[in-house]
Design a protein around this ligand. Structure first.
Ligand code: ACO
Length: 324
């Protein structure tokens, strides 16, 4: 029997400070009505000034370890998806490793912006399938508030901070209705579209991290097409129909993009885990945050078929299908 990756547990963390649309009205020329109508967002969490991405990643990881009832020492891999690392280097993953007290292991970051978690999950899954790792902590963690341009009202109202984690473990694969774990991942990128969404800085250009620049309307158009494509590829590759999916856990960028994707799948919105209203767009953290919320609220249950999909800067996009 081939080796597969099963999902042992999930965990998440949101910073204490909640910033509502009404709070933003005081500092940006905007309204709660505009933000909610265009994006579905009502509020987001912002990290404290001295709270870093690795601090948030660590807290999400601790929750996942607690849920799985395993020790940090038993991990042999840590992969963190982030666009907002504490420092240019070392990676957030190595900081989490040290803070958790994990002995020498594989640890690195993956950068695919909002698609980062799907990319990281895919990397972890392939390491496990190749027999190289047995128990991998996969994290999506972002301090998006650190790269917002407060002079640009079209972007600064959309993002939030947070972290989500998932622990994957190698198991002997089963077939048919007994099949569990990650069924497949599909990853894509089209660098020709990189100018639609980027930061206007970086270590090798300005020497600063820069701020988000986005052509929202263009990104929106591609998002619906690309995500529907990635979702269809996941279904086709596994010979699964949309009706068999228990939960859609999409990247939480915009309620209108999520609704359009659900509609293309003919999936009622009641079967979609939605956090965008309360979290805003937390980039690579959004899928594991939503997944964990689905699990902890009792909606995502063991045995459920869950479809994840995302799209972000690059442009990158992708999907992952798993039985929890
Ligand atoms: N408050 C009030 N008015 C605003 C605001 C604001 N915060 N921002 C823009 N407006 C105004 C604009 O000035 C414009 O006014 P005008 O018509 O007088 O010129 C009007 O609202 C419409 O602006 P648009 O940008 O065309 O608004 P749109 O309906 O496209 O919504 C949004 C904008 C929410 C950004 C949408 O395009 C979107 O969600 N795009 C996709 C975002 C996404 O999915 N990103 C991918 C992931 S992010 C990542 O990878 C980091």
């Amino acid at each position: 029997m081939p080796v597969i990756s099963t999902i042992l547990s999930t965990g998440s963390y949101l910073p204490e400070r909640i910033v509502t649309n009404a709070d933003l009205e005081k500092i940006v020329d905007t309204t709660d009505e505009w933000i909610h109508q265009r994006s579905g967002i009502r509020e987001r969490h912002f990290a404290a000034e001295n709270e870093t991405t690795s601090d948030m990643a660590l807290k999400a990881a601790q929750k996942a370890l607690e849920s799985a009832n395993i020790s940090a020492e038993s991990l042999d891999g840590i992969i963190v998806a982030t666009t907002t690392p504490d420092q240019t280097f070392p990676s957030v993953a190595t900081k989490v490793q040290a803070a958790l007290g994990v002995p020498i292991c594989v640890a690195f970051d993956v950068q695919a912006v909002c698609t980062g978690f799907v990319y990281a999950l895919s990397v972890a899954d392939n390491f496990i399938k190749a027999g190289q790792l047995k128990r991998v902590l996969v994290i999506g963690a972002e301090k998006m508030s650190s790269i917002l341009n407060w002079e640009d009202r079209t972007t600064c109202v959309l993002f939030g901070d947070g972290a989500g984690a998932m622990i994957l473990e190698a198991k002997e694969g089963k077939s048919g209705s007994e099949r569990t774990g990650i069924f497949s991942t599909h990853l894509y990128a089209d660098g020709k579209l990189r100018d639609l969404l980027y930061t206007d800085g970086g270590p090798a250009t300005t020497g600063q991290s820069g701020h988000i620049v986005m052509q929202g309307r263009e990104v929106f158009k591609y998002a619906v097409t690309f995500m529907a494509g990635a979702v269809n590829d996941a279904l086709a590759a596994n010979n699964v129909s949309a009706q068999e999916i228990d939960w859609l856990v999409p990247h939480q960028a915009n309620i209108r993009i999520i609704e359009a994707t659900a509609k293309k799948l003919d999936m009622p919105i009641e079967r979609v885990i939605l956090t965008v209203e309360k979290h805003g767009n937390t980039s690579a953290a959004s899928i594991p945050l939503a997944f964990d919320e689905g699990v902890r609220s009792g909606r995502i249950k063991r045995g459920n078929l869950v479809l994840m999909e995302a799209m972000g800067g690059g442009i990158t996009w992708g999907s992952a299908l798993a039985r929890f």
